[in-house]
Structures are given as C-alpha cells and as structure tokens.
Design a protein around this ligand. Structure first.
Ligand code: PMP
Length: 364
C-alpha cells in the first residue's frame, strides 16, 4: 500500500502485507479469546492450537517426512552453529564443512570448539562467488556430517542441488536461513535443516530446526539442556517458554504460502523476480555488475556493484527517496544488495529495475 516502502533488507526483512494486516486485526483480541497471542500461556489450549497448526502447515509446505522432528527454537541460526556439533559429535570426531561464504565460515569456526571440523572446500580465494563441483570434493568417510550453507546471504551464492554426503552416516546438514521455504526441498536428503525465521517466514526470534529423529539423543555431556535437540523434540518445542508471538507470525506466513499454491508456485515467483533483476544487471553494459558465477546466483540475495563506485552512495540515496530502502551491501563486501525474499512483490523488483535503468541513463 501507499504508506509502505519496498524493503530490500537481508533480514529482518519484508513480510507479506496480508499477514501483517491479519496480525493487526487479531492483535488485541485473538479470535475472541479475550487476549492477544503475546499474553497467552504457552501451555494453554489457544497457543497449543497455534503451534500445532504452524508445525502441520510447515510439514505440508516442505512435505516433511514423519521420521523428522520440527522444532521451534530461539537463539538464531548462530546458536545452531554450536548446537549441531554438540548434538552429533564427540570432541574428537571429524566433520566436513564446505565454505561458500561468511556464514559457512562462521559455522565452521564455531564447530572448532566442539569437534574437529575440516574445510574440504572454500570459495574464499575467489571472493565467495562459486559453488564447488561435487565430484572433486574430498569428503572424509569418518566425518560425522557434511555441512553446507544452502544460500550465502552476504555473497549471494546458492546451492542449486546438493552434494551427496560420503560419510558413513550419510548425513548432510544445511543452514537454510536465507532460502528457507523459497522453493521445494527434498528434506529426506538432509540430517538437519536449520533456519532463522527473519528472512522468509517471520520475525526474528524464532529458529526452525528440522531433524531426522534417529539423530536425537546423542548430545555431548556438556551440552546445555537448551541446546540439546532431544529436550525440545521430547517436549514439542515447549520445554521452556518458546517465542510464542514469533511462532504465531510464522504460522500466518505458512498459511499464506500454502494459499499461494505451495512452494512450487512460490519458487516460480522468486525465479521471475530474480531473472528480471539479474537481466537488468547483465544487460547494463557493465554499468552494474554481479560477481557471482551465473549458474549459482541466489534467487534471494542479489549483490551488485557499480563500475563507478563513487556513485554507489548516490544510488542508495536516490533509491531511498523513491521508497526503495536497505539496498546497501553488507559492510564486509560493500556495493549494493537487493534481498528479494518471498514477500517482496514483483512490483518491487520491477520498480527497482526501472530505477536502475533511469539511474544509468542519467549517470552513464
Ligand atoms: N546463516 C545465514 C545464512 C544467515 O543469513 C544468518 C543471518 N543473516 C545467520 C546464519 C545468522 O542468523 P542469526 O542472526 O539468526 O543468528
């Protein structure tokens, strides 16, 4: 609507307008129960229905098999960087990490405290613009798992398919924080999928973990009770007070995604948005540039630079004047970044592309 901006932030990020309006209409008195979701007991029947519906809608969206638990946790994906090795490894166990950007690197560094991680491929020397060829990977068969970051939010590099884990357990783990629910995923290929909610599916404060149930119950003795997945699986994410309002918001987003026809339809929309933006960059005769190898460009986070970097501040300022905000690239890489998650409408990307063409015409 008129009074809202197009928010290209990487997360927290834009949410669907319909969801916000629905939350607004339900805020003061949730479905006639006389209180808001923020005021409810997490053990009452109202909140039970909210979290159960959120879980079953997420299961429907991602077609999550029954032998997987769905957990609604706190602490962000950053907490999962520690929880994953704590739950799956002994301190001396080797594990493999593919590092395609800064988030994968952070996950690897945190794992060094709890096991013996090994980086089997890093894109750092090529400034994180690539995904490795899976055939060339030197996986360790004794590794407890292989870890990837499915979409690197800062560098805009996305796995389009997934390596087959060669470790004995066949366990692949993915940080899907920035492309969660942006397209269908075959959950059965993964041991664990984890994601912070604040990009595609809700507000910050909720972290979703999807874990194959046979991986529960082997946490290291030092694991805090809150980081042991079994604690949360055994208690349906209600061991302690969960982030109730955030889970409610995620539930509204899941309903919205189902109403759009599910993740196949959502993926088509995301492909269309990404296509017109990358076309605008590639078709600008070098005025705009995206450094990422074409075949692995993210549908969610589109980093780009200007051939004349001195114009970048002006670009960001003028865009903001036209209600397109948060286009500045991450402080570690500079340039610009347009995050175009599920809730960014096509009209937002079209407006950005029209602005880019106009900006080029005025400054080329
Ligand atoms: N992984 C990825 C891919 C991310 O994009 C982010 C957040 N930008 C994180 C992990 C860290 O998430 P949080 O801030 O929720 O801990």
């Amino acid at each position: 609507s008129e009074d809202r901006v197009y928010n290209f932030a990487a997360g927290p990020a834009t949410l669907p307008e319909d969801v916000l309006l629905r939350a607004q209409s339900e805020l003061y008195n949730w479905r006639g129960c006389g209180m808001s979701v923020m005021e409810m007991s997490h053990r009452g029947k109202e909140f039970s229905s909210i979290i159960q519906k959120a879980e079953s809608d997420l299961r429907a969206l991602l077609e999550i098999p029954d032998d997987y638990a769905v957990l609604f946790l706190q602490g962000g994906a950053t907490t999962q960087f520690a929880a994953v090795p704590l739950n799956l490894c002994s301190p001396d166990d080797p594990v493999d990490y593919i590092v395609t950007g800064s988030w994968g690197d952070k996950a690897f560094k945190e794992a060094q405290k709890y096991c013996k991680p090994n980086v089997i491929w890093s894109g750092k020397s090529e400034k994180y613009t690539k995904i490795p060829s899976f055939d060339d990977l030197q996986q360790n068969s004794d590794a407890k798992y292989l870890h990837i970051c499915a979409n690197e939010t800062i560098h805009g590099v996305e796995f389009k398919d997934y390596p087959i884990p060669k470790n004995k357990g066949g366990i692949l783990i993915a940080d899907m924080s920035s492309n969660f629910c942006s397209k269908p995923v075959d959950v059965s290929k993964f041991g664990i999928i984890y994601a912070g909610a604040q990009k595609n599916v809700g507000p910050s404060g909720v972290t979703i973990v999807i874990i194959r149930k046979d991986l529960l119950g082997n946490a290291q003795g030092i694991t805090p009770v809150m980081l042991d997945y079994k604690t949360h699986a055994d208690n349906s994410s209600l061991y302690n007070t969960p982030p109730c309002y955030g889970i409610y918001m995620c539930g509204l987003v899941f309903e919205d995604l189902l109403a759009q026809g599910g993740l196949k339809e959502v993926e088509k929309k995301n492909q269309k948005k990404a296509e017109i933006l990358y076309q605008a960059i590639d078709g600008s005769d070098g005025f705009f540039r995206c450094p990422v190898e074409k075949s692995v460009r993210s549908l969610m986070n589109v980093p780009f630079t200007l051939a004349k970097p001195e114009l970048e501040a002006e670009f960001i300022k003028e865009a903001a004047k036209e209600s397109m905000v948060q286009l500045k690239g991450h402080r570690s890489v500079g340039g610009m970044r347009a995050s175009i998650y599920n809730a960014m409408p096509l009209s937002g990307v079209e407006k950005l592309v029209a602005f880019m063409k106009d900006f080029q015409a005025r400054h080329a």
